[in-house]
Design a binder for this molecule. Structure first.
Ligand code: CTP
Length: 127
């Protein structure tokens, strides 16, 4: 089974590691879409701390990850899923229900988030 997931993965933390490990456990090939700096800016009006090249390299180096690519647009989710022949889309449950619209092309699984840590919390508390 080919599993795909998406995220910014800025200030890579234990919540990121946990979701990638659990996503990989659902199949045998994990593909990760890492959102570009421009996509983040368009969503949040600020840039990630780590640039997209560094974030992609960090995600690619995680042992659970088989391939990683840049996610340039939220609207292209369906195209990315089809291009990468993914069987399962995994998202954190902060997105619960929001990706059910692709359930005609793959199974959609929402995994519980790791409690008590987030990139925005780290930015607020430590930067
Ligand atoms: N994630 C998780 N547990 C956390 C934080 C993130 O499972 N504590 C998951 C998200 O649900 C998502 C993926 O990791 O599927 C990438 O999340 P991302 O948005 O890059 O990280 P966050 O820490 O949620 O960043 P922010 O605070 O900016 O939303």
């Amino acid at each position: 089974m080919r599993v795909i997931t998406f995220g910014t993965f800025d200030l890579f933390h234990i919540g990121h590691l946990n979701i990638l490990r659990r996503a990989k456990e659902l199949g045998n090939h994990l593909i990760v879409g890492v959102s570009t700096d421009a996509l983040n800016f368009s969503k949040k009006s600020y840039y990630p701390v780590y640039n997209e090249e560094d974030r992609l390299q960090i995600v690619q180096a995680i042992q659970y990850v088989d391939e990683a690519f840049y996610e340039e647009s939220l609207e292209k989710k369906r195209d990315y899923i089809i291009q990468h022949a993914a069987d399962i889309l995994v998202m954190g449950d902060d997105w619960q229900g929001k990706f059910d619209f692709v359930s005609d092309v793959c199974k959609v699984v929402y995994l519980p988030r790791t409690e008590g840590i987030s990139t925005s919390g780290l930015r607020k508390d430590h930067l």
